[in-house]
Design a protein. Structure first.
Length: 156
């Protein structure tokens, strides 16, 4: 389904790029951060990360094991479009991912994230360090699978 949804705009309009249809939270499960997507609510992280002990429980992402479908989708997209278009991977920026895991889902006020930034900056820094390392690994994984560029998601 990921491949089909990614290819629909390309087939219809032949843009310069085909972007992988993927959720920014996809790699979280592979970092020992389980989440669910609830109808009408969106992503929910049952155990938001708010302590250094929780940050230490985040594991190194092994994308080829935890989300092999991403690599397979990129390989198929690369084959489908050949040299007619650029294949774009997709990753969430570390800070974007951090807000989800700190807040326990999406947020309008980011109260927990702001509180952590001022009251526990060492926890936020440790979390961002781990997420940045894992996001970098995820970018490399996508590039190895055929992505030629990776737009990143950021908060507006």
């Amino acid at each position: 389904m990921t491949v089909e949804v990614s290819l629909q705009p390309w087939r219809a309009f032949k843009p310069d790029g085909v972007i992988l249809f993927s959720d920014i939270l996809t790699p979280l499960a592979g970092m020992n951060i389980p989440f669910d997507i609830l109808t009408g609510k969106g992503p929910v992280i049952d155990n938001p990360i708010r302590t250094l002990e929780q940050v230490k429980q985040i594991t190194k992402l092994q994308a080829e094991e935890s989300c092999p479908f991403v690599g397979e989708s990129l390989r198929i997209l690369r084959q489908e479009v050949g040299n007619q278009s650029t294949v774009l991977g997709f990753v969430g920026a570390p800070f974007t991912l951090a807000t989800y895991v700190i807040e326990g889902g999406s947020s309008k006020s980011f109260a927990h994230t702001k509180r952590m930034a001022f009251a526990q900056p060492e926890v936020l820094h440790a979390l961002l360090d781990k997420l940045a390392d894992n996001v970098a690994d995820y970018v490399r994984y996508q590039a190895d699978a055929g992505a030629q560029a990776r737009p990143r998601s950021t908060h507006a």
